[in-house]
Design a protein around this ligand. Structure first.
Ligand code: SF4
Length: 415
């Protein structure tokens, strides 16, 4: 029987696509193999948001060539879309698929390679991921996504609801909704619909499941949506809102029509309604033209914000984007600024987790190791609990008992 493995880079949208491939391939008789050094087929869903994402993809393919020279590799995703020639000549690469072609990846595999009957499904992930939207109509000056993923398109409500119904039946207790621009959901329909409308329908499905939203753009966040999310009993209290910088001048250069005070108002709104909600964002450091004052503005913004975590990315020029041709910040300065922000991120996250000490939160068992089990709380804290027989995907209640800079410990109090 043929086996496959999947290596995903970059965003949650890529992860959701991989999730679907894993499901469909297993239904068609392929065996899922976690370890890419042992699989017959390796699927790579690449990212090209940063130079380091490109580097990671090339490094991975080299390692497959060394460790599993007989495997066939299919490369797709945003890097393959932007620069397919980087992969075509590599001896192991069987196919390079564009972002449009990857929608039919499973049928392409099945029609070319033999397989057996349906396989019992092995969990590819402990939480189900569903792509509800793709593409983007914005043009941020640093971002290559609109070029490689095209205009915003929403998946039909019927398709999403039937996918989620199937996942609930398979035993998933958390569904993560992903998209490049979730807040644009439904605007391309005739008549237009909305993310809020979709959420209400998902919440009305039979069967209990948590719904988590991957990333929301504060520029398009409506008050009714925010109000609904903060009240809902089924939507995880986890808000990842993309900001990119705390400097209004740099936000202007990035072409993002939002200012720090608007973002602060949204954060304050959520925090007033839920003191334990996870609040996260992404920050790009070293954008062209970022001077010391801009960096200080970002640093101070983040320090005073109620954010509970943030990811720091060092800016790297991307082909086909406006900002790539602008005067660049010195690499050493970028690295120093990124290190300072990452340290601040650690401090803020620790403070949030300490606030959660001795409190109880619902969560999902996401990993079982030999000596411990990992639970992800609905407010996005990974808690290490003593080993237990509780299966991955199960819903539990955990109490947080210990918090250190690197670790959160707890115990399951209800399974
Ligand atoms: S909103 Fe901006 S950053 Fe986000 S995908 Fe679109 S262009 Fe890129």
């Amino acid at each position: 029987m043929k086996s496959f493995s999947i290596q995903t880079f970059g965003c949650r949208v890529n992860q959701a696509e991989a999730f679907l491939w894993a499901d469909e391939l297993q239904k068609q008789g392929w065996r899922f193999e976690k370890d890419s050094t042992r699989s017959d087929l390796v699927l790579m869903n690449t990212c090209t948001l940063t130079q380091s994402a490109d580097r990671d993809a090339r490094k991975f393919i080299r390692s497959v060539s060394r460790s599993n020279p007989n495997a066939r590799v299919i490369v797709t995703g945003c890097y393959a879309q932007r620069s397919p020639e980087d992969f075509r000549e590599l001896p192991q690469v069987w196919k390079v698929l564009s972002n449009a072609e990857k929608l039919n990846l499973v049928s392409q595999v099945s029609s070319c390679l033999s397989h057996a009957g349906p396989e019992p499904l092995l969990p590819f992930r402990s939480r189900a991921l569903v792509k509800i939207q793709d593409g983007c109509d914005f043009r941020c000056t640093f971002c290559i996504i609109p070029q490689v993923r095209g205009q915003s398109r929403s998946v039909s409500q019927e398709k999403i609801l039937s996918q989620i119904r199937e996942q609930i039946d398979q035993g998933f207790k958390e569904i993560v909704l992903t998209g490049i621009h979730l807040c644009s959901y439904g605007q391309d329909f005739d008549p237009p619909s909305s993310l809020l409308d979709l959420l209400r329908k998902i919440e009305n499905l039979d069967g209990s499941t948590w719904v988590r939203l991957s990333s929301l753009d504060p520029r398009s966040l409506s008050l009714p949506l925010l109000e609904h999310m903060t009240k809902s009993e089924k939507i995880c209290p986890h808000f990842h809102l993309s900001l990119q910088t705390g400097s209004d001048r740099i936000l202007g250069l990035m072409g993002r029509k939002i200012r720090g005070r608007d973002f602060e108002r949204i954060l304050a709104y959520i925090r007033n309604r839920d003191p334990f909600a996870a609040l996260g964002t992404d920050i790009i450091v070293g954008f062209p033209g970022e001077c010391e004052d801009d960096f200080t503005a970002t640093y101070e913004f983040l320090t005073r914000s109620p954010l509970t975590y943030f990811h720091v990315f060092t800016y790297s020029p991307r082909p086909l984007t406006e900002a790539a041709s602008w005067s660049q910040v010195d690499t050493k300065v970028k690295k120093e600024r990124a290190a300072r922000l990452r340290k601040l991120a650690g401090i803020k996250n620790l403070a949030f987790r300490k606030q959660c000490l001795r409190r109880e939160f619902p969560g999902i068992v996401i990993k079982r190791e030999k000596d411990h089990t990992q639970v992800l709380t609905n407010n996005y804290i990974k808690v290490r609990v003593p080993s237990s027989r509780i299966q991955e995907r199960s819903e539990v209640e955990v109490r947080i008992t210990k918090v250190t800079p690197k670790l959160t410990e707890g115990k399951i109090i209800r399974a």
